[in-house]
Each structure stands twice: as C-alpha cells, then as structure tokens.
Design a protein around this ligand. Structure first.
Ligand code: ZN
Length: 443
C-alpha cells in the first residue's frame, strides 16, 4: 500500500524542517491529510473572466470511457437518471462551453480539447502526480485532482448541458479505500463510487451526464467523501443553448496566505517596501527585532504595506533563557515598536521558532499569540529565488510562510514578482495573522 510510504515521507519532511536557523520547534499545526504532500498546490480561482474561446474545437467526435460503470463493483451504484451506462459511450456533438483541469494551475489538452487551469471550485485540495495513467494516451489531465468533500459552482446561462467527468484513483492501490458520492445539479450520479474497483490504480475513468437542465444560474457539481476523499481530475461542459455567464465576477480571493518577513528592519527595508507595493504584495507581516530599529521612521513606512509584529528585541534563542530575561526581551520589543508609531504587537514569532513553556507563558502575559510557520522557505539556508517561489506555491489557505528581509534572494524584485504571479494564478491573496488563532485571514 502506498499510503505508508507517503506518511514516512511526510515525517522525514517534518523532521528536516526542524533543523536550521529559524527551524526550532514546529508548532504550527499542519492540517493532517490523508493525501500525500501537495507539490503543486492549487486552490485556483483565476480572477480572469471565463473564456469561451475554445468553441472552435467544439464538436467532439470521440469519447474516452472506462468500463461501463454498471458492469462492475457491487459496492458502487450509479444513479441512472441520465442513463449513464449507455450514453457515456456515445460521442458528444455539442459546442464546448468550458473544460477544467481539476487540481492543476496549468492548462492541458485532452483529445483535442483544452482544459483550463482549475477554477470555480469551492473547497477541496489539489494534488498532482507524475505517474503514467493507463487507458488514455493524454495522461496529463488525469495527473492532477481536486479531492475532499467539495463542489464546483459554474456560473452558466439557463440551458441544457452535457457534462463529461474525468477521474482516476491516483492514490490507493486496493479496492475499498476510497468511496464517494457525486451529484450534478442536485441529482446523484454516483453513490459510493470506488474508482479502484472500476479501473484500478492510476486508471482513467470517464463518465458523461446528459440533459442537465440549469435554470438557477449555477451548474453545481458536488463531491461528498464517504471513505477517504472524493476526487475529480477534470471535466468538460457542453451545450447547444447554454454558455458561461460572463457577467458573474469570480471572487478576487479564494483564500489568504501569510507572507512573513523576519529579522528586520534592515538598510534595504525601504527598497523592499517599494517592491512590495510595486508587485501588489500587500499586506505582509514583519516580525521585527527591536534592536534593529536604528531609525524609528522605518516603522510607519512598514505599516504602509502590512503589520509590524514581534520577533523579540534581540535574536537570542529564548528557550534557553529564564522568565525575567524572556519577559524583558518581549516587553522591550513591544515598547520600541509602539514608540515608533505602530500598534501594540499581537503576534510573536520566537527567533529560531524556539518556543518553551516559559516563552509561551510570557507571550500570553503580554497579549502576544506565539506562532512559528506552516512552510519554511529555507531562504535563511541559501534557497534560490525559484526555490523560494516554489515554497510559496505550497502555501494553502490560512497558512503562513517563513521568509527573511535580510536575504537578498527573498527581497529580489524578480522573486517578489514571481511570488505575486504564483498567488494570483492560484486565486490566493496575502492576508494577516489572526491573533486569536494564528491562522491567516482576510486583511
Ligand atoms: Zn529570525
């Protein structure tokens, strides 16, 4: 079973994380997931208007299909309201409205149709694989998935639609490990679907739902996990009389992530601030060491692009110090930050991520929520600009990343531009740390 090896990998990854500069105790909880670590994570919801440009490639002449669902798997029953078993084999001779490559930030072609980067989802998590897919010649569509209990909400004009769903069992290697329900516009298409029992591990499974009447402006695809998680790798929507409702604006942000910069201010902070503005990468969170504030006027400048929070007055490892020393370093930092014109800090990150019961106690007494990080960019350890960008690419909604404003690769304008592009592509926006929970929320 592959699951065990994924868990081992995850544990090794966590152990590796706890070494190095700010890499002390890692207390921010990574959401436990039954899926492997996500490498090219995506909660994509592009803010670009939906495209109907591929109408020219509209008429399908072939359809790939897995074994007729009704012929397999006693544990899986298929609602036949749209006569799935027989009609899924027939070609779809309708104009294409939209095709989505679920769980991926990139577009792919499958049998002559362009599937766009993932959007219109509500909830779920992205996962990708490089495993070859059996049963199809174009593997790429099936090599990503959105999994969990989640939905797609596609803004469409009133009309009648045909939906072609593509799925694969990318994770489990045995029957019974995953099952889920799937409904389209409120009508159940699959009950307790077990993809492995249908097509095995890494096999392509397709299913066509016809005659979907939509009158409420939204075509809904709902995935409900029963065992483990539900999954979709992609879908294509066709219609003779419908189309995307281009007047519907997608929300600008599908989630919020925390860009946190430690160890400043530095002599480059003003340049850094202007680059953050230039790349619309705001707000950020600065965890400052008060002893670095040589000119207090830098603090109001930092407040223009985010929040100034506490990294203690010096960069000592506080877990080695006693109560009074810790208290003095945190209290003094608060005073210096406030004297420079910032609000009283509400969030505190210990140098090296080094927490202790004493540090937690002092932080609590001073009204500081102590956090570490969810993703370590490794910029303190010499990570390249592109490595820093890919670390940002692992951030999920609500998480924060450890960065440093004294690292040239981090405050490099090209790095910042690529970070902005990565977040925009995934529909994520910079947010602020909630001092009650440590999670990143809307500013
Ligand atoms: Zn630090």
């Amino acid at each position: 079973m592959r699951k065990l090896s994924y868990l081992i990998t995850a544990v090794i990854g966590a152990a590796a994380l706890s070494a190095g500069c700010d890499g002390g105790a890692q207390t921010s909880s990574q959401a436990a997931s039954s899926q492997p670590p996500v490498s090219s994570a995506s909660v994509a919801q592009s803010s670009a208007p939906a495209s109907v440009a591929s109408v020219s490639s509209s008429v399908r002449s072939s359809s790939s299909v897995a074994p007729s669902p009704s012929s397999v798997a006693s544990s899986s029953s298929i609602a036949s309201s749209s006569s799935a078993a027989s009609s899924s084999e027939a070609p779809i001779n309708l104009p294409l409205v939209l095709a989505i490559n679920a769980g991926s930030t990139t577009a792919v072609n499958f049998e002559g149709v362009r599937f766009e980067a993932d959007k219109y989802s509500r909830g779920g998590m992205a996962h990708t694989t490089t495993d070859p897919i059996s049963g199809v010649s174009d593997d790429a569509l099936y090599q990503s998935e959105r999994y969990g209990t989640y939905g797609y909400e596609i803004p469409v004009l009133a009309g009648t639609y045909t939906l072609e769903l593509h799925m694969a069992e990318l994770y489990w290697t045995e029957n019974g490990a995953r099952s889920f329900n799937l409904s389209v516009e409120g009508s159940q298409e699959f009950s307790a679907l077990d993809l492995h029992s249908q097509v095995g591990h890494d096999g392509a499974f397709s299913h066509t739902v016809r005659n979907i009447r939509v009158t409420d402006g939204t075509l809904n695809i709902d995935v409900e996990a029963l065992t483990d998680a539900g999954t979709i790798s992609g879908f294509a929507l066709y219609s003779a009389d419908g189309g995307i409702d281009t007047t519907v604006q997608l929300p600008d942000c599908n989630g919020y992530v925390g860009l946190t910069f430690d160890d400043g201010p530095t002599g480059n902070t003003r340049t850094f601030i202007s680059r953050l503005k230039q790349n619309n990468l705001t707000p950020v969170t600065f965890f400052v060491n008060g002893q670095n504030i040589s000119d207090p006027s830098i603090i109001p400048a930092m407040l223009e692009v985010g929040q100034v929070q506490s990294h203690a007055f010096t960069h000592d490892n506080l877990s080695n110090l006693g109560y009074q020393q810790v208290y003095d370093l945190l209290n003094r930092n608060n005073q210096v930050i406030m004297n420079a014109g910032a609000p009283k800090p509400t969030v505190f990150r210990p140098p090296y991520g080094a927490l202790s019961s004493t540090v937690n106690q002092v932080a609590s007494e001073l009204g500081l929520y102590a956090i570490t990080w969810d993703v370590d960019s490794q910029d303190w350890n010499g990570a390249s600009g592109s490595a820093i960008v890919s670390a940002v690419g692992r951030l999920q909604d609500g998480q924060n990343i450890l960065l440093h404003e004294n690292q040239a690769n981090t405050i490099n304008n090209n790095t910042l531009a690529q970070i902005a592009a990565n977040l925009e592509q995934r529909g994520l926006c910079p947010g602020v740390i909630d001092p009650r929970t440590g999670r990143v929320v809307a500013p």
